[in-house]
Structures are given as C-alpha cells and as structure tokens.
Design a protein around this ligand. Structure first.
Ligand SMILES: [Zn+2]
Length: 322
C-alpha cells in the first residue's frame, strides 16, 4: 500500500481524476446508499467487553460476510453498567437457533437477543453522511472516504495505457474509412503475457450481436483454447477466460457488452467516448446502472474514461449500442 503523499500519480481524489487525464467512473447513486443489512445484537455487562472482543476476533470475524470496520460494534446500553453490542450480521446466522448455537462459544453472559437493528453494510463517502447514518441506524466510525484508498491503490502503467489508446484510436479512424461496420475498436490485454488481441465491430457483415467487445471475448477464448491444446493443460484460473484482463475500447460499451465483461472477470476497462444513450458504465449514461460497480451483481471491474484530447474517435449515432 502506497502512502497518499508518495503516490507516483497526481490524483484528484474529489473528482476522481488521475494525472488530469483518467477519470474514475463511479457509481454515484451507490456511494450514498446505506445498503442496510440486519444484525444480531445482545446486551452484555460492561465488565465483559474484553471477553466480547476476544469472542468476535476468534469466532465471528473471519466468517461474517460483512466486515463492520466502519461500525462501532459496542455502544452504551440502556441500563447503566450494560453495553449494547453487534455480534454478527444475519448473513452469518439467519435464524435465531443458528445465532444461539454460535453464542454457545461465548464466555460471557448475554441478554436481550434481538435482530431488529439494520446497519449500513458499506462505509459512507462523507463525514456528514457518517454522522447522519450514526443517528439513523447505529454509531459509525469515520475513517475517511473509502474511495480515497481505492484510488490510491490503483496501479497504472501510463506509457502502456497511452500506447493502447493510440492504437485503438488509429484503428478506429481506419475502420471509419474502409469498413461498413461501426468504427468501434477494442484491445484485450493478457495480464500475464501482455499479449494484445484487437477486435472490431462486425455486426453489419455478420450477426447483429457482433459488437467489438463480444468479438474480443470470443477471440481471447479461441486463442486460449488453442494454447491449452498445445500445452495440454487447464489451470483453475482459466475457468474465466479473460480473468484480470485489461480492456481498452473506443466507445463506452452497451449493457450486453458490459455484462459479458462481468462474466469474463476482467480487471479494468478504459474507454474514450461516453455513449450517453446506450452506454452502461457511467452514471450519466443509459439507465445509470453502472454495470462495472453494481452491488446487485456478483463481480465488479474498474472503469475509467480517458478525458484528454489526444485520442479522437469517429462519431457514432447516439442510439447505437457499442
Ligand atoms: Zn455492445
């Protein structure tokens, strides 16, 4: 983990812009939603708080799907000498019987078992919101905007990114001149070998679903299949053919393509031109679904838009899905 002041890139945390040219595509609706989850709470005697912390550390913490790092597990109880504590989420113990079974491992007395509280499962983005949610749900700890840490941890090979964007921009200009298909170009980069597979849109010359991203995924699959035949082996990683790939594309992908990228488990998508009507990444595009970072889906990827003027792309009618 790099310290903020040692980060080699210039990061505007508030706007989400790296080196004045790469914009982090955020799900603006999601960061300010508490996404509440029900929890099991009990009362304990104040003198047992150390025992309780030990119990959480040894029995609960590693198994609960919610980390609770942004939540104060312990608050003052209604009766003097007692504390009200969060033991775990209902994702860990769904029924009261499951919960009581878990509590058999505790070494302290507990009272008032309840599942009536709901707490935010993700940390809020501002201190104001943290205070507001503390009032509404349960006391929170403010550790700064969690997205600052995410931005600080990103790794960028800027010369390589520029090379890829230049390549797809140049190829798209070429396509616009010479092809009857939409001039949408993508590049899929294998994280291990750095091998690049380029793909273009071919819906006019073949099927209407042949968007450049779909073509790219298919090409990666074909190339991986060939390699596996030669090497005669398949490792666990290869269940997802584009696992941790970086994908560069000229136009913001449509929902079908964004979903296909979710399924193929890419790491990052960088695009040049937002498509306000048909795109599915930016919160101002399409239905604002932000498919790369939507908690309703079981996987995510990073998304960025290049906002510098260096890599022009051919214009495409606003209603076209890319
Ligand atoms: Zn598409």
């Amino acid at each position: 983990m790099v310290k903020k002041n040692q980060n080699p890139h210039r990061i505007n945390y508030q706007e989400g812009i790296i080196n004045d040219c790469l914009l982090q595509v955020r799900n603006s609706s999601e960061s300010d939603e508490p996404n509440l989850k029900a929890v099991w709470t009990v009362s304990i005697r104040a003198k047992d708080s150390q025992q309780f912390i030990k119990f959480i550390r040894e029995v609960v913490q590693d198994y609960d799907p919610i980390a609770f790092q942004h939540i104060k597990r312990i608050k003052k109880g209604e009766q003097s000498g007692f504390l009200s504590v969060i033991v775990c989420s209902k994702l860990l113990a769904e029924q009261q019987d499951d919960f009581l079974e878990l509590m058999k491992q505790s070494t302290f007395d507990f009272f008032d078992v309840s599942d009536k509280f709901e707490v935010p499962s993700t940390a809020p983005s501002t201190k104001e919101l943290s205070l507001e949610w503390s009032e509404l749900y349960w006391p929170l700890v403010w550790r700064g905007n969690p997205n600052d840490q995410i931005m600080n941890d990103y790794v960028f090979d800027m010369p390589f990114i520029k090379k890829m964007l230049d390549a797809i921009s140049t190829e798209a200009a070429e396509q616009a001149k010479s092809s009857s298909n939409h001039p949408v170009v993508s590049a899929f980069v294998n994280p291990k070998t750095k091998k690049v597979i380029f793909s273009t849109d071919s819906r006019c010359s073949s099927s209407p679903l042949e968007h450049s991203i779909m073509q790219g995924i298919r090409s990666v699959a074909a190339s991986e299949h060939k390699r596996q035949l030669i090497e005669d082996k398949q490792t666990e990683d290869e269940t997802y053919l584009c696992l941790n790939f970086d994908v560069y594309t000229t136009h913001e992908p449509c929902s079908m393509c964004c979903m296909a990228l979710i399924h193929s488990r890419i790491k990052r998508c960088i695009f040049l031109q937002p498509m306000r009507q048909t795109g599915a990444l930016e919160s101002q595009s399409g239905d604002g679904y932000c498919m790369h970072n939507n908690h309703a889906l079981n996987s995510k990827y990073e998304a960025f838009r290049w906002i510098g003027p260096e890599y022009p792309v051919p214009k495409i009618a606003s209603g076209i899905c890319c």
